[in-house]
Ligand binder design. Structure first.
Ligand SMILES: Cc1cc2nc3c(=O)[nH]c(=O)nc-3n(C[C@H](O)[C@H](O)[C@H](O)COP(=O)(O)O)c2cc1C
Length: 204
């Protein structure tokens, strides 16, 4: 059976705009893709391994062409487990709010674990090459304001597309939930995004 991995980056539970829309996407997607199941990774509930001195030393060892040793090897093993789970997804569904023009810190922590030489990217004389290929990613992104395409302050969508592109994703679709703090009717804003997400689910 194929798998959708839903990575949730809002701590707001069922009050979360991005979670509501992502769950509507998932429900529609699973209905129209009977060979898929789903798994959830809630970044504010699950404990991620730290990425501190031993993991950083391991990363530099691997970049330098050697094997991590001792506590560094242990830290690297924990990183590999996180990456194995990520790579087990046939469709990546990532829902996240914008926080301070970027992403919540737990999602950044997760990305710092994911982007690793030999595991999610390689490099050589021809430059860098992503290793997580052959599967689509769907981003469900909420933000209090509105950001026109290419807005310099949008470090949420641009960053996520860049980093996922770096590790190999070439098919990245987005549903935006915008102006959630504008004073406009929030129920309507979410409902519009839910419709868009359900339509997208039928097209993948
Ligand atoms: C800590 C924090 C920082 C935020 N920073 C921004 C921001 O920089 N720009 C913006 O448009 N909205 C910002 N917001 C608003 C959220 O992006 C918005 O309310 C979003 O709809 C929340 O999504 P969620 O319900 O899925 O968590 C911020 C909210 C929080 C809690």
């Amino acid at each position: 059976m194929s798998k959708v991995l839903h990575i949730k980056a809002s701590p707001r539970g069922m009050n979360s705009d991005s979670t509501k829309v992502a769950e509507a996407f998932l429900e529609a997607f699973l209905k129209s893709h009977r060979n898929f199941g789903s798994e959830e990774l809630d970044l504010f509930r699950e404990k991620l391994p730290p990425f501190e001195a031993p993991a950083a030393a391991a990363k530099y060892a691997v970049l330098g062409g050697s094997e991590p040793k001792g506590p560094d090897a242990l830290a690297w093993k924990a990183v590999i487990e996180v990456i194995d789970r990520f790579k087990s997804a046939d469709l990546l569904l990532l829902s996240s709010p914008m926080w301070n023009f970027g992403i919540p810190y737990r999602l950044k922590h997760y990305i710092d674990l994911l982007v690793q030489p030999g595991l999610t990217f390689t490099y050589g004389p021809e430059g860098y090459k992503g290793l997580v290929t052959g599967r689509p990613a769907v981003l469900i992104l909420s933000r209090g304001g509105s950001y026109a395409p290419g807005d310099a302050m949008d470090f949420q969508k641009r960053y996520l597309e860049a980093v996922l592109g770096f590790i190999g994703f070439s098919d990245i679709r987005s549903v935006l939930i915008e102006a959630t703090l504008s004073g406009a009717d929030n129920v309507q804003i979410v409902a519009k995004a839910v419709t868009e997400a359900r339509n997208l689910a039928g097209k993948i």
